[in-house]
Design a protein around this ligand. Structure first.
Ligand code: GDP
Length: 424
């Protein structure tokens, strides 16, 4: 069976932890989109890890870990990541990389930085990992696919063609050093050497795996609201964050995705710019940020403080719907144990009209949150393993949210570890 683990919100919902947990029963874990710009934090017997490109199955000896064609593949970062986990005692994982994946080039990273510099205060808050220039090039058909590394004559000619185009921008828009086609070719040859042991016809591999009845887990990055089509455009990421894209970014038949586990966080957090209706500021925000996640709400890749707010049921309901959710994993609930009362955003007020439908960006920017307050449970719920043992007010919070978002919460996560989970 094919399952997807995806985010309901702005990312950082705890997908890494849920994937790591579900990977215990999976034969194959596939990353299908995104790049090294975001990261998953995973806590397990080997320690605490921030993964950027590697699938969250890498900590199990029995899983095959796949980088699908939909991923923005930063080869040196991936190699460093493999080294870094192996050097900390994790057995060398079995990794396959799609021959149809495209590579993030050093100039993508530079162009990302230059563009954010140029935009100044209007910047997107990009992590400057080259993701937007990478996907732009992919769709402009000037990206480099892994398979192309094996035809050096064509590759050399293409490197020259790409440099002509990039150098116009570098010279006239950014006033930065120009690209040298020989160096770009060299860079590609280095990537080829690094990738050789891993290259695979992934869609064929997965087709056979499906026929053989293997358990396959698709791992998404970021969340619904960062999807370029259905999210808060233009403050979105550059590849689809939706489970549906899992079929494309891995190379699987769409009808094989039977279970869509959407990870929804018990409060809100976001990185980067963009509308965030239930956002908190000042001391209240600082306290939630400090207590949040596992050691505070700071980006796994960038270390940037995340923006935080109360749970937004309007955004989460939409986020779950657009994913095609079959199961909600409700995470980081333990963090809220310090509060006397917990506000939850249940509707938006847009120009005096109350709505529970998530609007397009122009209207979203005008939305004000309508809060309802629920009583807190004022205790530490970590370590609890059965739903009935949760304090009554905690169960009330879960059931209130479940009703508002309209999808079944079948898992509640009450700590960062693999076993900190309550099934309902
Ligand atoms: P992802 O990108 O969706 O995988 O999320 P991140 O890894 O960026 O952020 C989730 C953070 O919350 C990480 O530090 C996790 O270790 C932590 N985390 C995940 N689930 C829980 C939970 O139930 N409780 C607590 N306290 N932390 C959690």
């Amino acid at each position: 069976m094919v399952k997807a683990v995806v985010g309901a919100n702005w990312g950082d919902e705890g997908k890494g932890k849920i994937t790591d947990m579900l990977a215990g029963q999976a034969d194959i874990v596939v990353r299908f989109q995104g790049g090294s710009n975001a990261g998953h934090t995973i806590v397990n017997d080997y320690g605490k890890f921030a993964l950027h490109t590697l699938p969250s199955g890498v900590f199990y000896g029995h899983t095959v870990n796949i980088i699908g064609n939909g991923v923005a593949l930063n080869v040196p970062i991936l190699m460093k990541e493999i080294e870094s986990i192996v050097s900390r005692g994790v057995p060398k994982p079995h990794i396959l990389i799609s021959d149809r994946a495209q590579m993030v080039m050093s100039y993508h990273v530079l162009l990302d930085q230059y563009e954010e510099e140029r935009l100044g205060k209007n910047s997107f808050g990009s992590t400057k990992s080259g993701i937007a220039p990478f996907y732009s090039d992919k769709y402009a058909k000037i990206g480099f696919q892994v398979s192309e590394l094996f035809d050096e004559d064509r590759l050399r000619e293409k490197a020259e063609r790409v440099c002509v185009q990039k150098n116009v921008l570098l010279e006239h828009l950014y006033h930065k050093p120009l690209l040298d086609p020989d160096k770009i070719f060299q860079e590609l040859m280095e990537y080829k050497q690094m990738l050789l042991p891993y290259v695979c016809d992934v869609s064929a591999y997965l087709w056979d795996a499906v026929q053989a009845g293997k358990e396959i887990l698709l791992e998404g990055q970021l969340g619904s609201l960062k999807d370029p089509d259905h999210g808060i455009y233009p403050m979105v990421t550059s590849s689809s964050t939706l489970a549906a894209y899992g079929a494309i970014g891995a190379g699987l038949p769409p009808y094989e995705i039977k279970k869509i586990v959407t990870v929804c966080k018990a409060y809100s957090s976001a990185v980067g710019a963009g509308a965030f209706v239930s956002e908190l500021f000042g001391d209240e925000a600082e306290e939630l940020r400090r207590r949040g996640g596992d050691g505070g709400e700071y980006g796994a890749t960038t270390g940037r403080p995340r923006r935080v707010g109360w749970l937004d049921c309007v955004a989460s309901r939409y986020g779950c719907r657009i994913q095609g959710t079959t199961d909600v994993a409700f995470t980081v609930l333990d963090v809220l144990g310090y509060l006397d009362e917990i506000p939850v955003c249940v509707a938006y007020d847009i120009d005096g009209q109350i709505t529970t439908d998530f609007p397009v960006t122009a209207r979203l920017e005008k939305a004000k949150p309508v809060f309802e307050k629920l009583p807190g449970w004022k205790c530490d719920i970590r370590g609890i393993r059965s739903y009935e043992e949760l304090p009554e007010n905690c169960r009330r919070y879960i059931e209130f949210v479940e009703e508002r978002i309209g999808f079944p919460i079948t898992m509640v996560s009450n700590g960062p570890g693999r076993d900190d989970i309550i099934y309902r």
